[in-house]
Design a protein. Structure first.
Length: 473
């Protein structure tokens, strides 16, 4: 808004200079110029009012709160800092120091809150639990490294794969910690190599081995919290999902580096990467901003979740994801840039914009579970450049699904999906399949210019599909 006002002022100044030139040329020009000069302040005022009054809108037409435009860093300098090496923690040891690190967190909480600081060095730990009023800061060269032993991650009541269950805690846990902040520029390193190898060995022995059976911790799990910021930090090599948010509100991921290898993690099969290392899983959350991040993982990048199963929409622990913006990000190799599902009930008002894709398998992936009532609506994907395999994928998702006998099972639906301002190289721009289990309606494709080896685009597959200025080469 301020930039627009400044631009109007600059234009006005140039306009006034041109009017002076007109004044010098002729009497008639002078009269005309004076009239324009008299109305110029009113023009500038109206322009400024227009700029101030114009608000960004969600895909459903409601205003986007100003909170989403605030990407400033959280400043924790005014809080007390607890540098862990001042409290008996060794920064250059392979010893697992969970109890010592937890003691520093507990002390900070007990003394009224503060910032737990990981200084330069490597600090190996199992699960850590942050308390209200506490924060985590990783200084340059500082690394919080996860233990390779699952016994250092206690089994707790948590959330995994669209269900509430008893499972292993993450390396960094924050439950009910409003205002929680993780800041860089240091690193949270899940140290996932042994977990990845064990997973692929299990899968080689039993091809039906599930994620939960492999017993792996996540890097970061934040639940039941508001006003959370994760900024300027590297979060890498997670044994399982990298970041998981559950029942959170007003969460910002700002300028983070999120990485897990996509190949060569095990000699059992060198083509394999870090299994299920999703970058950010957003589970029953509202108001989430992912801004300026780099994501390269061996699974989906930003994933919306909320529950699964035939009665998923009736379970209190499940729910919708709404008001999500992913913007100004760069994607390395990922399975999907933005994925809705596979464990989603209702996702609404989702924006993916101004991203560059280097090697994504898919950009927008709408996973449709035949055993779960799902509704994806008001999703906008815009201003996308780069390369991908498939751009839009809408297909039934049947991995590990268990259909139940429900007579009033709602028909799943995807509606009001907008794809615009796309300039990409693709192998299959339009990977869409129909089903009697879901309905596709009100899609818009506008200003699309893509190379497409498959050339399968068929707007007739979608009810009320709008196509404008679409070039498929």
């Amino acid at each position: 808004m301020c930039a627009k006002i400044i631009l109007f002022s600059q234009l006005a100044s140039k306009f006034q200079n041109n009017l002076l030139i007109l004044q010098q040329n002729s009497y008639n020009s002078y009269n005309f110029a004076m009239k324009l000069r008299n109305i110029l302040p009113l023009m500038l005022l109206l322009a400024c009012m227009t700029a101030m009054g114009k608000k960004e809108l969600w895909p459903d037409g409601t205003p986007i709160p100003a909170w989403f435009s605030d990407t400033t860093r959280v400043d924790l300098s005014g809080l007390k800092h607890y540098v862990v090496t001042d409290y008996g923690v060794d920064g250059y040891s392979e010893e697992v120091q969970t109890s010592r690190l937890q003691a520093v967190i507990d002390r900070a909480a007990r003394e009224g809150g503060g910032v737990v600081v990981i200084p330069r060095g490597t600090f190996v730990s199992g699960a850590l639990f942050f308390k209200p009023g506490t924060h985590l800061k990783l200084e340059e060269g500082g690394e919080l490294r996860g233990s390779t032993r699952i016994k250092h991650f206690p089994i707790v009541k948590t959330r995994m794969e669209g269900q509430t269950l008893n499972y292993f805690a993450a390396l960094v846990n924050a439950d009910g910690v409003d205002g929680f902040t993780i800041t860089g520029p240091g690193t949270i390193n899940g140290n996932g190599q042994p977990y990845w190898e064990e997973f692929w060995i299990r899968r080689k022995y039993n091809k039906d081995c599930t994620n939960l059976e492999a017993m792996r911790p996540r890097n970061v799990y934040i639940s039941n919290s508001k006003n959370v910021t994760v900024q300027d930090v590297s979060i890498i090599n997670s044994p399982f999902w990298t970041n998981h948010l559950y029942r959170c509100e007003n969460v910002r991921y700002l300028r983070c580096f999120i990485y897990a290898p996509t190949e060569n993690v095990t000699p059992v099969d060198p083509k394999r990467g870090a299994p299920s290392s999703d970058a950010i899983d957003i589970d029953v959350c509202r108001n989430v901003l992912v801004h300026g991040c780099y994501m390269h993982v061996n699974d989906d990048a930003v994933v919306l979740k909320g529950g699964k199963g035939t009665w998923a929409d009736t379970i209190p622990d499940n729910g919708p994801c709404e008001n999500i913006i992913i913007e100004d990000c760069t994607y390395g190799k990922v399975h999907g840039c933005l994925t809705l599902g596979s464990e989603s009930v209702h996702d609404r008002n989702v924006i993916l914009r101004r991203i560059h894709v280097k090697a994504a398998a898919r950009v927008l992936w709408l996973k449709m579970r035949p055993d779960t009532p799902q509704h994806y609506e008001y999703v906008t994907v815009e201003d996308i450049t780069g390369k991908c395999g498939s751009f839009l994928v809408v297909r039934p998702w049947t991995q590990f699904f268990k259909p139940g006998d429900r007579k009033d099972m709602p028909l799943s639906q995807c509606n009001n999906i907008t794809i615009r301002n796309i300039n990409m190289e693709t192998k299959n721009f339009y990977d869409v399949g129909t089903s009697d289990k879901y309905r596709l309606t009100d899609f818009t494709f506008k200003n699309v210019n893509v190379s497409d080896e498959k050339k399968a685009f068929d707007s007739a597959m979608i009810e009320n599909c709008t196509v404008e200025n679409v070039v498929i080469r």
